[in-house]
Design a protein around this ligand. Structure first.
Ligand code: ZN
Length: 320
């Protein structure tokens, strides 16, 4: 690998499609203990929310975002649609989490060992496939506990750990993810092929499952919409964009998302990827002590705020 090339440093955020917005809030804030760091709208469907959940300071690498679209049918993991999303927690917290999930009405799956780490799989109320990996390998990234979380500080989710993709054949996808983003093959175990960037710790992993028979995936309730990879700044993003072009990817050009700048591209099997800058972050338009408490609108929608607020479903933040 040419070390002079700019590489993505890990996962920036992951965006998924949820069912009813209140159920989505209740689960990610009330059960998983994440902080709602931004309450906004979908810029293409302003009558629907866009929620951003993260650690106490909204650090890149900790952020899972949702479009609650309950009218959409169920999604399906498969070719072109990302699968299980992994979070990382301290290894000694897995017993606490298993009890906590059960007490919250979530039946976790059987524990698995993957590459020497214990993984607890479970699904969210809208069928999204999630897991908690007990690992100490997230230390490279910044994490701020959320003091109003219902999850005690020592057990809180530290970061997004990994994303999973099922492909019918591997070559085109791995060549693209390697060439454009810098993911390199790390290890294989029981058909799970792990690709990593950087040190390969939590947040720096992609797992590929190869299944020539996998059905076409479908966006819908409970499916991932896209996985975003982080770069430190605009210059690094421009570099990665050039690498995408060299690897015959067609990207969107830079889209200003206010809290970060984004470039979108589909990898060869069709799964949507994004490159996002680490800054400026969620404090750019709100007081850090009051993130997510009021509806934040893109400037061009401000004139319609009254109408938008009257159409959006009523929601209340779970009391924690
Ligand atoms: Zn995104």
């Amino acid at each position: 690998m040419d070390s002079s090339l700019t590489r993505v440093t890990g996962i920036h955020h992951i965006t998924a499609i949820a069912g009813a917005p209140q159920e989505n809030l209740d689960f990610y804030v009330g059960v998983l203990g994440l902080r709602l760091v931004k309450k906004s709208i979908n810029q293409d469907a302003p009558d629907t929310y866009h929620f951003f959940f993260a650690d106490g300071a909204g650090h890149p690498g900790t952020d899972l975002t949702f479009f609650p679209w309950p009218a959409m049918g169920p999604g399906r993991i498969g070719a072109g649609v990302w699968g299980e999303i992994g979070f990382v927690v301290p290894p000694e917290s897995l017993d606490w989490w298993e009890d906590h999930l059960r007490a919250s009405g979530v039946a976790p799956g059987a524990r698995e060992t993957r590459f020497g780490e214990v993984v607890l799989p479970f699904t969210d109320p809208h069928g999204m496939s999630l897991s908690l990996t007990g690992t100490g390998t997230y230390e490279d990234f910044e994490f701020t506990p959320w003091e109003r979380s219902p999850v005690p500080e020592e057990h809180q989710i530290r970061a997004l750990g990994s994303a999973t993709l099922t492909v019918r054949s591997e070559e085109a996808t791995t060549s693209f993810l390697g060439g454009a983003f810098g993911f390199a093959f790390s290890a294989e175990e029981r058909g799970r092929r792990r690709y990593t960037v950087g040190e390969g710790g939590g947040g720096q992993r992609l797992d590929l499952l190869v299944d020539p028979e996998t059905p076409a995936g479908k966006w819908g309730v409970g499916s991932v919409h896209h996985v975003a990879f982080r770069v430190p700044d605009d210059a690094a993003e421009a570099d990665v964009e050039r690498q995408i072009a060299r690897n015959r990817g067609r990207s969107s050009g830079v889209v200003d998302r206010f809290w970060f700048k984004s470039v979108y591209v589909r990898e060869p099997s069709g799964a949507l990827c994004e490159i996002a800058t680490d800054g400026p972050g969620f404090g750019v338009d709100e007081d850090m002590n009051h993130l997510g408490e009021t509806l934040v609108l893109p400037p061009w929608y401000e004139a319609q705020r009254g109408q938008i607020e009257s159409i959006l479903p009523r929601i209340t933040l779970p009391v924690t």
